[in-house]
Each structure stands twice: as structure tokens, then as C-alpha cells.
Write a protein that binds this ligand. Structure first.
Ligand code: GAL
Length: 456
């Protein structure tokens, strides 16, 4: 059922040659259908003419067991619409590599029909006129009423809907191994002081408290939760969205850095370079009592047969219960002359169907992007995630590690320094702060800042 899993070779043969996409031609509604919709007082689905079978090349990085399962649901629903989903996979956690491949392909005039994206980068593609405008589908499906308000405005960066949102992951998730914690009579920690006490007890018993990889994005995932616990949402914003040099010099930042390094004593050392499914496997098999990871790990463990609550539980990472550090998965459709427009619109339309939202997010570990989702398919972790996210802007914090807070250049530069500090204990906290302050000065000067501000 699924398409080929091949990485398209990267060849940069010509400069940007995608034409600016014209605004979508208006499909004519008959007076009768308008009248009927008005009389019924409800949305009528936008009818997309799909006479011929079509194939969409979809660029993504979802290769783990649960990710495969989630994609398969979309593949099957799309097939029912006479459209074949052809995988073009760049396999690496958190999309490391996918963006490079995407940029190269766009430059070569060979953009995929669809790309999985997270973060405000899609508005840059839209500004270049490269994306298919989804306004028709969004209007007829009443997406503005259907979607959580923050998502509805986020996917419409300059007045036009340019991506189809799939689900919302919570990054500040602390997983705990139920059996291990019960065995030692321990409760999941709510703050970092409690964590230290719990970790010390586990250490005495010979159990590593925290599963962790040295992959840059995985270190960044842990680190951003420490920053949030340390300084709250406003400080997090100053650092990762505004990149205010002064924030990198703040004692709270120094404290978060020190905490990151101190946590190594509770990890199996040396910290290994493991992909996230490997770290999750290690945690699930009892190799560590706890793990900080986005809730895609929940989907993965569920797919392996480990049930939420009985085998593992999840709470907010210490000190972040009031926040939802979010990471939103979206599908962007590349216009490329409009050849696959109808098939793209079909895909966009089906991603927002309540059944797809419920089933896909259940498997993926995320929560639906809808205002009134089907809660029957949510487990305790999803319900908690939903409850916090639905509180609105004051609770919502964009994940820096997962591209929601800033541009790629800033993200990579900051993650590079934080990882160096974590791995190399000869580097002092002050030195890292000094380097990051200089980086922040350059970044804000060259104007790569505030990508996020286009949406919020
Ligand atoms: C995130 C992405 C998730 C999941 C994860 C691990 O950035 O939003 O859907 O794929 O990376 O690769």
C-alpha cells in the first residue's frame, strides 16, 4: 500500500525557477449550492474534481514504527480519494536533513508535491509564492471554526492558509517507568529538586534515572525544558524567539546550563549518540527510570505494545506543568505549476476530518488540532496535553528544538554551543554564555530573528 522509501538524490542544477504561484482560480459555486448552504446553515464540502488517479510525492522523516503507522492511515484515506501517496523519506529524528534536501530540491526546480514541516518556515516558502494556497478548502471546511484559534491564525501567515496542520506534540513530557518507580516507592518528580532526590535514590539502587542521547536535537529538547522551568515563558521567549543577548548573560540561563551538565550524573555515561527510538527502547526496557522526550515517544511505545499508564506514565517535565511546549506537524503543498493541485487539496481536506484527526493523533502520540476533538481516543497523557494547550497563549510555548521558535540558522548556532557545553566539561559556563551572547548579537543584527513573530 505504501510507496517507495527512497531519498531523492540532491542535484542543484539550476537557480530558483519555481514561478510565483498564482492565486488559486476560484471554483464557481452555483447560486443553488450557495443558497442551500445558507439555508442549512452549515459548511458544504468543497468539491474537488479528481477525475484522473494522481500521485503525490511526500517528503518526510517519519520512519519509526508509530510514525509508519500514522502515515499508513493517511495513505489509506488518500487512496480512497484516488490519490497515491509516494514516500520520499529523509530518515533522521526531528527532521535533521529534511530541510536541506527540501531546499536543494526547490532550488533545482524539483520541489516535492508535499513536505512535512514544523515551524514558521512555511511562511517563507509561501512568501516566495511556492506553496499551493489552501483557502478554498479551508473556507468551505470552516477551518477557522474547526481549528483551535491559535492554530487557525498560525497556518494563515499573510491572510492565506498555506499548510494543513496534522497534530500538536508536547515536548515538555517526562516519561516514567511505572514498575521501577513503584518498586522503589517513588513518585514522578514535579520539580528539579524532587528530581534530584528521586535520582539519588535510584542511583543508589544502580538504576540510571534519565535516558538520554547526545544527538544535538535531543540535548536541545532536554535543555529547553530546563530553561522553561528556570525562567518561565517570558524568559524563554527572550532567549529563543527574540535572541536578546542580555538573556544569554542572565543568571537563570547560567543556572539552566549548569543543571544540564549536572544531570549527566544521573545518565548512563558516556552519553551515547542514539536515535530517539533507541533511547525510547532503552527506557521502555527498564534501562533508565525516566526520559524527557516529546510525546511521539508515547505513540512509539504504544505501537510496541506498551500501554500508557500501566507500563509507563507521563507528566510535565519538572517545573513546567503550567506550560505546553508545543511542536506542530504540518503538511505544505508545493505549487510547481499546479499539476497536482486537486490531489493536494484532497490531502489537505482529509487531514482535518475529525476521524483522521482522532485516529492519526492517537497513533502518533500527539493531540488533534481541533477545537472539539473526539476525546474518546485520547489517553491520560493526551488529555493532559490537550487541557494545557487549550488554555491558550499564556500556556503555549513554541519549541525551540523543534523549529517552532526561530529560524534554522539561529537554532543550529545555539544548539551547537549548548551541545559543546554538555559534552565537553572543560568549557566553562561563562565561556558558553559569552559565546552565545556574541552569536545572539550577530543573529539579531543580520535579522534572522523573530521568525515566530510573523504568526503570533
Ligand atoms: C519532531 C516531529 C515529530 C517526530 C519527532 C521525532 O520534530 O514533530 O513528528 O517525528 O520529531 O522525529
Amino acid at each position: 500500500m505504501r510507496g517507495d522509501k527512497t531519498v531523492t538524490p540532491i542535484t542543484i542544477s539550476s537557480p530558483l525557477k519555481q514561478p510565483a504561484s498564482p492565486r488559486a482560480p476560484q471554483t464557481r459555486r452555483t447560486l443553488r449550492s450557495l443558497l442551500a448552504a445558507a439555508l442549512l446553515g452549515c459548511a458544504h464540502a468543497y468539491t474537488i474534481a479528481q477525475t484522473q488517479p494522481d500521485t503525490l510525492q511526500v517528503l518526510h522523516w517519519w520512519t519509526s514504527t508509530s510514525e509508519h503507522k500514522a502515515v499508513d492511515l493517511l495513505v489509506a484515506d488518500l487512496a480512497a480519494e484516488n490519490v497515491t501517496w509516494k514516500d520520499v523519506v529523509v530518515p533522521a529524528g526531528s527532521g535533521v536533513g529534511e530541510l536541506i534536501v527540501l531546499k536543494s530540491r526547490v532550488l533545482a526546480g524539483d520541489a516535492p508535491d508535499v513536505a512535512q514541516l514544523n515551524g514558521p518556515i512555511f511562511s517563507e516558502w509561501a512568501d516566495l509564492g511556492l506553496l499551493t494556497d489552501l483557502d478554498k478548502v479551508a473556507d468551505s471546511g470552516k477551518w477557522d471554526k474547526l481549528l483551535l484559534p491559535e492554530i487557525a491564525s498560525w497556518i494563515r501567515p499573510h491572510g492565506h492558509v498555506v499548510v494543513a496542520p496534522l497534530g500538536i506534540h508536547r515536548v515538555n513530557t517526562l516519561f516514567f517507568n511505572r514498575k521501577i518507580l513503584d518498586q522503589y516507592g517513588l513518585m514522578p518528580p514535579q520539580n528539579w529538586d524532587e528530581f534530584e532526590r528521586t535520582a539519588a535514590k535510584l542511583h543508589k539502587a544502580g538504576v540510571p534515572a534519565l535516558a538520554q542521547s547526545s544527538e544535538p536535537w535531543q540535548i536541545a529538547t532536554l535543555f529547553e525544558t530546563l530553561v522553561l522551568a528556570e525562567g518561565g515563558s517570558a524568559f524563554y521567549h527572550d532567549l529563543f524567539v527574540k535572541k536578546d543577548p542580555a538573556a544569554f548573560n542572565d543568571p537563570r540561563f547560567a543556572h539552566a546550563l549548569k543543571r544540564l551538565r549536572d544531570l549527566k550524573q544521573w545518565m548512563a555515561t558516556p552519553v551515547q549518540n542514539m536515535q530517539w527510538p533507541e533511547v525510547t527502547r532503552l527506557f521502555a526496557n527498564g534501562g533508565a527510570a525516566m526520559m524527557v522526550m516529546g510525546d511521539w515517544a508515547k505513540g512509539e511505545m504504544n505501537a510496541w505494545g506498551n500501554a500508557t499508564d500501566s507500563s509507563f506514565g507521563c507528566v510535565a517535565t519538572p517545573g513546567t506543568a503550567d506550560y505546553h511546549l508545543y511542536d506542530i506537524d504540518t503538511l505544505a503543498m508545493f505549487a510547481a505549476g499546479g499539476t497536482h493541485r486537486n490531489a493536494q487539496l484532497k490531502l489537505a481536506q482529509l487531514t482535518l476530518s475529525p476521524a483522521v484527526q482522532a485516529d492519526y493523533n492517537q497513533v502518533k502520540g500527539s493531540i488533534p488540532v481541533l477545537r472539539n476533538p473526539d476525546t474518546s481516543k485520547m489517553d491520560s497523557c493526551a488529555r493532559a496535553s490537550w487541557k494545557v494547550f487549550a488554555r491558550g497563549a499564556s500556556a503555549q510555548v513554541p519549541s525551540f528544538a523543534h523549529r517552532m521558535a526561530t529560524d534554522e540558522t539561529s537554532r543550529d548556532a545555539i544548539i551547537g554551543e549548548v551541545r559543546r557545553y554538555f559534552m565537553d566539561e572543560t568549557i566553562s559556563t561563562q565561556e558558553t554564555q559569552r559565546r552565545l551572547m556574541s552569536i545572539a548579537r550577530i543573529l539579531t543584527k543580520i535579522g534572522t530573528d523573530n521568525a515566530q513573530d510573523t504568526h503570533r
